[in-house]
Design a protein. Structure first.
Length: 217
C-alpha cells in the first residue's frame, strides 16, 4: 500500500480501537466515579516523566536524524508537561519534592524493548500520544465538572496541543519510513500491541483507583 494511504488507514483502525479506552473514562464521569483529582494529577506526573525518559532512551540508538530529533522534541515537551503538572500540584498543596517515579509497568517495558525505527514511531508518537490525547480530554471534562479551571487551562493551552503535534509528526514520519508491506505490517502489529497492553493496564488501574477517568502522558 502507498505509505500515505497506509497511515490514513492505520489512523482509522487506531481510532476504532481507542473507543473502549476513551469510552471507559466517559462512563466513569457519567456514573459519578471521578476519583481524587490530586491522585489523578500525580498519575499524570508519573506518566509525563516516563514518556520523557522513553523518548530520550531512544535518541542515541535511532539512526535517522529526523526521527532522532522527533524523539528529542518529544522528550523535551514531556519534561515540560511534567513541570506544568508539578507546579499545579504544588499550588494545590502537594509536596512534589517527595515524588518518586513508580516501578516500570508492562507498557513501558514493552516500549523500551522496541528496537526498530518504524516500531518506535508507531508506538511512541503515533499510538501512545493518541491514547494520551483521548484520555486527557476526559480528564479535562472531569476537572471542568469540579470547577478546576486552572488544570483545564494547562491541558488545553499547553499539553494537548503538544500531544496532537507529536501524533501528526509521527504520522509524517511513518509515511516516510513504513514504505514496504513488511514495514507496514510491523507498524500495524506494534499499534495493536500498544493498544492491547494499554487497555489492560488502564483497566487494572481503574479497578485500583475506582475510576477509569485518569490522564495519559
Amino acid at each position: 500500500m502507498e505509505s500515505n494511504a497506509f497511515v490514513k488507514e492505520l489512523e482509522t483502525f487506531k481510532a476504532e480501537r481507542l473507543i473502549p479506552i476513551v469510552g471507559a473514562g466517559r462512563t466513569s464521569i457519567a456514573d459519578g466515579a471521578g476519583g481524587d483529582p490530586q491522585v489523578l494529577l500525580e498519575i499524570a506526573l508519573a506518566n509525563e516523566i516516563s514518556v520523557s525518559e522513553l523518548a530520550a532512551l531512544w535518541i542515541p540508538t535511532t539512526a535517522e536524524v529526523d526521527v532522532k530529533l522527533a524523539f528529542a522534541r518529544q522528550a523535551g515537551d514531556e519534561a515540560g508537561h511534567f513541570q506544568l503538572v508539578a507546579d499545579r500540584l504544588t499550588a494545590l498543596g502537594v509536596d512534589v519534592a517527595a515524588f518518586a517515579v513508580p516501578p516500570e509497568n508492562p507498557l513501558f517495558r514493552y516500549l523500551k524493548s522496541l528496537t526498530s525505527t518504524v516500531e518506535r514511531i508507531a508506538a511512541g508518537l503515533v499510538t501512545l500520544e493518541s491514547i494520551a490525547y483521548g484520555v486527557n480530554e476526559n480528564f479535562m471534562a472531569l476537572c471542568e465538572s469540579r470547577g478546576d479551571t486552572e488544570t483545564v487551562r494547562i491541558y488545553r493551552e499547553y499539553i494537548q496541543p503538544d500531544e496532537r503535534a507529536h501524533q501528526e509528526l509521527g504520522q509524517r514520519l511513518l509515511a516516510k519510513y513504513a514504505t514496504t508491506p513488511e514495514l507496514q505490517a510491523i507498524a500495524r502489529a506494534t499499534v495493536v500491541k500498544v493498544l492491547e497492553i494499554a487497555e489492560a493496564g488502564r483497566a487494572q488501574a481503574a479497578t485500583r483507583l475506582g475510576t477509569a477517568c485518569f490522564p495519559g502522558c
